[in-house]
Structures are given as structure tokens and as C-alpha cells.
Design a protein around this ligand. Structure first.
Ligand SMILES: [Zn+2]
Length: 426
């Protein structure tokens, strides 16, 4: 009897405890999903980690103790995904010895201040990314939900990676035989990898080293046996064809490098094959600008290569191919997302298409469509509050006021210092 009474008392107390974590975002313009017009003067109510209500501000009932953020003049979308990042900047390496303040500052600089609530790391040392992921999930760090492929599979380490590995005293293996590669796929998935990445074409000093097709096929088949998706770095059109022949799911870049020559746009037959194979594409257009500037290319050459990259995205997006937003940050240190949004617009993508590449497309592709990518009751409270409406200017997607993950404010532009933004909503 006493036990029963205690249980009843606990139940009575529960709503009080829970009220402390109600967060209401009021008077906002809300894009619940890319293919719907926005709600105006809308309120989103979050309870703990989930969205519990979305509706007109005047008719949405709020718990009296809810923390309220007045979002008048602000626009809210679902939290963004970045489907091509790396945990490679020195501040994120050797995470077991790195002070939390350093890790937090870097996670904010790269991810949360740009609205990313989920990121897919597509090649970094698996144990290090796993360490950071665990610290985020344990609440020790403020960061996005992290998915990772861990260590990549390449037959020869790309020339630009060789320098990096030597500088930071890191090793990443090469894949030389099918049995050894298949065993590593199994091991990495067992150790927590969410996908696998191959380099169909690996850029070397004077050529692009293609992965043998039988090796690529064996790696992809083993990943698929574990229900994991495979990314590919193609480098060239040959690399795209090899990726298609091997059964790859996601291209990590467009292609601009044909063995040292500038590439060509993707022919319709190639686009049709990619589409038929349900291949997704992460364009990473900004990367080419950054790399060419680093290589001191002339402005004319840089513009030609960007135009080529844009034309390939245009070819795939206009054919109805699935586009996943991604910028290769962590390899490049150009973290501002505005240029990528501008270039995606130049490739003919509309605001709803760009928003889909940030939200519903990756949620669908990576198996999170029932909980992520849209603003609807029951979904994860992963949200981006923007300073202005991106429907009229797509670069507004890079002007982030707040980033909220699992109902927690993980970035606040008004108190951007990490120690301030780590305050829990009260
Ligand atoms: Zn990359």
C-alpha cells in the first residue's frame, strides 16, 4: 500500500519536474517542411527532447512555466544536416587529451553556429570521432548528432592527406586486398561506424588512382550486408562510373578533375544511370573555390571550375536526383555556408530544394525520416532559428540566431561564447 502511494506521488510530481524543460518559440515564421508554405505568427512547443505542438500563437496553449523565446521577425526550420564533414582540424584531434572548452569552441565554430544539428563525418579516425560523439551524447560537450564512416578505404592515400597525416602524427590504412578490406568493414561497423567511404578515385601527385572494381564491389557489398550506406569520392567521371558499377549509394562530390585536365559536365546518360541507381549527391561546391584559391589558380580558371561544378549539380538536381547539403568542412576551414547556398541557387535549385537538401533529403536517405527533417509533433526538437526569411534570400540560411538540438539550445548568437551557450533552458 505504501509502495502504491509512493508510486502515485511520483506520478503526481512528474509534471512539475517536466515543466522545467518546456520551451516555447512564439510569433515565428515556421517552415514545417520544404514543400509547404510557411506558417506565420506560429508557436512551437517543445517538451524535453521532442516537439509537442506547432500552431498559431494565439491558439497554442503553453504550460505556465514554459521558457518562452519571442521569435517575432525570426524564421524557424528543422535542424540542418551537413552530409559531408570531417573531424580533422587539430582542435578536434586527440580528443581524449583536449580540454572541453577547446572542443566546444571548435564544434560551435564549425557546426552549431551554422545551424547543423546532425553531421555525417565522411572520413576521420574512427576512435577520435567516436570519442567526441560520446562526449556530446553524455552532455559533456555541446554539439550536433554525429554520424561517421570512420577511416576511409583507399588503395593509395591521396597526396593531400599524406601531408596532413604526417603533420599530425595520425595513421589511416590503405586497402590492398579484398579479405583485409572486408574484415575492416566488419570491424569498423562493429566499432560504431554508421557508413563506409571509398575513394573510387584517389588524387595523387600526377594522376587519379582508381580503386580496382572487384575491391570496390566487395567493400560495398559487405557494408550493404550490414545495412550501411556507402559514400564514394569519385574525383573523375571514371570514378563516378566505377562507383555506379560497385553499387555506391552517395557521391561525396561533383567531379572537376580529369587526370589533371579540367573535367566536363555530366552527360545525360551518366545522370540517368545515377538517377536509376538512386544515387545521392553531395555537391561541396565551395570546396573547389577554396582549393583553387589555395593553389593560387587565376580568377578565370577558378570561375571556370566553379561553373563546371555548378553545371554538374544543375544536371543532377534538374533530373530529379537527390541532393544532400554538404561542404567538406573540417577538410576546408571555410565554415561560412553562404557561398554554398549561393552556388546551389546558381545551379537552379529553389529555396524549397535547398531546404530539402538540408533537412528531409538526408533524414530520408539516412533512415531518420520518422523523427527528423520536419517540424511536427513527436519529432526530435532539432531546430534552427534564422534571423530572416530565406525564401527571399537563400543566404539567410547562414544567418543563425539559435540552434536547438533535442530541445537544448546549443548555439545562441546573442551569447556566442561556449560557456554562455551551454546554459540549459530554464
Ligand atoms: Zn571530404
Amino acid at each position: 500500500m505504501r509502495l502504491f502511494a509512493l508510486a502515485a506521488l511520483t506520478l503526481l510530481l512528474l509534471p512539475c519536474t517536466a515543466q522545467a524543460t518546456d520551451l516555447a518559440l512564439t510569433n515565428a515564421t515556421v517552415y514545417t517542411q520544404p514543400d509547404r508554405p510557411p506558417l506565420h505568427d506560429a508557436t512551437i512547443l517543445i517538451h524535453d527532447t521532442r516537439i509537442v505542438a506547432v500552431g498559431p500563437t494565439k491558439s497554442t496553449k503553453l504550460p505556465t512555466t514554459a521558457r518562452i523565446i519571442d521569435c517575432t521577425g525570426l524564421t524557424i526550420t528543422a535542424g540542418f544536416w551537413n552530409s559531408h564533414v570531417h573531424f580533422l582540424p587539430p582542435q578536434l584531434l586527440h580528443a581524449d587529451h583536449q580540454p572541453p572548452a577547446v572542443l566546444n569552441a571548435q564544434l560551435q565554430t564549425m557546426f552549431t553556429r551554422w545551424g547543423f544539428t546532425t553531421v555525417f563525418d565522411v572520413a576521420s579516425p574512427l576512435s577520435n570521432t567516436s570519442n567526441i560523439r560520446s562526449q556530446i551524447e553524455a552532455g559533456k560537450l555541446l554539439g550536433p548528432h554525429v554520424l561517421t564512416v570512420g577511416d576511409p578505404f583507399w588503395v593509395k592515400t591521396p597526396v593531400y592527406v599524406q601531408r596532413y597525416l604526417a603533420e599530425y602524427n595520425i595513421t589511416m590504412p590503405e586497402a590492398h586486398s579484398i579479405p583485409e578490406a572486408v574484415a575492416r568493414v566488419d570491424r569498423q561497423i562493429q566499432d560504431g561506424a554508421d557508413g563506409i567511404k571509398i575513394f573510387a578515385g584517389s588524387i595523387e601527385a600526377d594522376h587519379v588512382e582508381l580503386m580496382p572494381l572487384d575491391l570496390a564491389r566487395a567493400i560495398v557489398a559487405e557494408a550493404h550486408r550490414h545495412n550501411k550506406l556507402v559514400f564514394s569520392h569519385p574525383s573523375t567521371i571514371k570514378g563516378v562510373e566505377l562507383s555506379l558499377d560497385a553499387g555506391v549509394d552517395i557521391l561525396a562530390h561533383v567531379t572537376t578533375d580529369e587526370a589533371g585536365e579540367s573535367g566536363t559536365t555530366w552527360p545525360p546518360e551518366l545522370v540517368a544511370r545515377m538517377k536509376a541507381a538512386h544515387m545521392s549527391l553531395v555537391p561541396t561546391l565551395t570546396l573547389f573555390d577554396v582549393e583553387l584559391q589555395k593553389g593560387k589558380a587565376s580568377p578565370e580558371v577558378t570561375q571556370q571550375v566553379i561553373a563546371l561544378a555548378v553545371s554538374q549539380l544543375y544536371a543532377y538536381a534538374s533530373a530529379g536526383g537527390q541532393i544532400l547539403f554538404g561542404t567538406d568542412i573540417g577538410y576546408i576551414d571555410h565554415y561560412d555556408t553562404a557561398e554554398e547556398f549561393q552556388l546551389m541557387s546558381r545551379a537552379g535549385m529553389t529555396f524549397p530544394q535547398v531546404l530539402a537538401s538540408l533537412t528531409t533529403n538526408p533524414a530520408q536517405r539516412f533512415g531518420y525520416a520518422s523523427r527528423s527533417g520536419r517540424i511536427t509533433p513527436g519529432f526530435d526538437a532539432d531546430l534552427v532559428i534564422l534571423k530572416s526569411d530565406p525564401a527571399t534570400d537563400v543566404t539567410a540560411l547562414s544567418h543563425v540566431a539559435y540552434t536547438i538540438r533535442n530541445g537544448q539550445i546549443i548555439f545562441n548568437s546573442q551569447s556566442p561564447a561556449t560557456q554562455n551557450s551551454s546554459q540549459q533552458p530554464q
